[in-house]
Design a protein around this ligand. Structure first.
Ligand code: ADP
Ligand code: ASP
Ligand code: MG
Length: 406
């Protein structure tokens, strides 16, 4: 008898028929003799719909009320599944984040889990009940509802698997595993049977939204075996674990893209000590994550500074940057949200030279202009015009021969 945590994403619970399919899968797992904890997302598109409503209600919605609102999609799916399971004679009980007590910090919309109280869940499991938990949500020390960032139900599931010491955390979604790139935009993408936490983390951070990056961080930290599976077929699957494939042989594990990017340029910044600190400190104080940064070589005592942030932060980031730019005597601030980041990822890069050059050549052959570049030991990222995203991913996948099993 094992303890299994199963998470179902938005497309897997998109309507009553799909929820019935989830119920069938959950009952089968239970009948195989396992304890089952289910974590659900909201119905596909529902969180987006709630966000649009909030944005119609106010330009900059109050952060506390915003999280209470956008967490409600999950309340619908968990209660529907519990009603359905009970109706099928299978005792089940739903829990919202605050009922479990998934305690988080106070950072609305990007809250981090501090602690999970497992008492109620364990009590229910002992009685043979199927426990259905709302993903994406928690509660802060003052009992305000918080959310964990887009895609956060993955993190809810892995956190529960970690604290409950579950045998496995199965993430059910609309693809049957982790691929060398997004199979929905590149038909030649190849499914990986296994992938290491580190590679998965890099892919997730670079935009492969099949798992939220923080869920992978947690899985790695607590050594939770995570399987990505399809809600609609028993075939396939990818195991995310400590040991991967024979990675020595492979230069790249995947290509990713991230459309959630906006570029801010501060023009003619006086080139003197302390200006970068004065620009970026106020952004970090507001929890705005700055991704790539480039600074052009100074010629006449001035320099241009360009960086990227998440599109959802663009309004606030522009306001804060404009204030700071004025204070340090820069000329102006330019914003471009018509960009995307494409990245190549692989631990094999460490021992292979010329990987970045090959990437730049592949993009150049298609006439794709590179606006920004950043490199790490196992990743090279380029910011390009948004309209080239799919083309860039496909040509990079081809250039590195990723469709072939190595
Ligand atoms: P869910 O709603 O189940 O959480 P998501 O939309 O968040 O599903 O994540 C699944 C999607 O991730 C897939 O439909 C696919 O388009 C996308 N994706 C991006 N990169 C990859 C990849 N390397 N492998 C598999 N899926 C990927
Ligand atoms: N419903 C939330 C979202 O759309 C959480 C999730 O799906 O993981 O981001
Ligand atoms: Mg997701």
């Amino acid at each position: 008898m094992a303890l299994v945590v199963q998470k179902y994403g938005g497309t897997s619970v998109a309507n009553i028929d799909k929820i019935a399919n989830v119920a069938k899968n959950v009952i089968r797992t239970k009948q195989e003799g396992n304890d089952v904890v289910v974590v659900l997302s909201a119905m596909a598109g529902e969180t987006d719909r709630l966000i649009r409503l909030a944005q119609k209600a106010a330009d900059e919605p109050d952060a506390r009320e915003y999280d209470s609102l956008i967490s409600t999609g999950e309340q619908v799916t968990v209660t529907l599944l519990a009603i359905m399971l009970n109706g099928l004679g299978c005792p089940a009980k739903s829990f919202l984040g605050f009922q479990v007590r998934v305690l988080t910090d106070r950072a609305f919309s990007k809250a981090r889990i501090l602690e999970v109280d497992t008492t109620s869940i364990r009590d229910e499991l002992k009685k043979g009940t199927i426990v259905v938990v709302a993903g994406f949500q928690g509660v802060d020390p003052e009992n305000n509802i918080t959310t964990l960032g887009r895609g956060g139900s993955d993190t809810s599931a892995v956190a529960l698997a970690a604290v409950l010491k579950a045998d496995v955390c199965d993430i059910y979604t609309d693809v049957d595993g982790v691929y060398t790139t997004d199979p929905n935009i590149c038909p030649k993408a190849r499914r990986l049977d296994r992938i290491t936490y580190d590679e998965m983390l890099e892919m997730a951070r670079a935009g492969a939204k099949v798992l939220q990056p923080r869920s992978v961080e947690l899985a790695k930290k607590y050594n939770v075996p995570v399987r990505i599976k399809s809600s609609f077929t028993d075939e396939g699957g990818t195991l995310v674990t400590k040991e991967g494939r024979d990675m020595e042989k492979e230069v790249l594990s995947g290509v990713t893209y991230d459309r959630d990017q906006a570029k801010i340029t501060v023009v003619r910044v006086p080139d003197k000590p302390g200006v970068a600190a004065r620009l970026f400190t106020p952004l970090s104080e507001r929890n705005i994550v700055v991704d790539m940064i480039i600074q052009n070589a100074s010629s006449d005592g001035y320099t241009d500074l360009t960086f990227t942030v998440s599109r959802k932060d663009i309004r606030e980031a522009t306001r804060i940057t404009s204030e700071a730019a004025g204070a340090i005597g820069a000329d102006k601030v330019e914003v471009d949200d018509n960009v995307a980041k494409v990245s190549i990822i692989g631990v094999g890069m460490i021992s292979h030279s010329g990987v970045a050059a090959k990437m730049f050549q592949a993009l150049a052959r298609e006439g794709i202009n590179i606006m920004m570049i950043s490199t790490s030991e196992i990743k090279v990222s380029c910011v390009v015009e948004a309209k080239y995203t799919e083309l860039a991913v496909t040509v990079l996948h081809d250039a590195f021969g990723l469709e072939k099993e190595s």
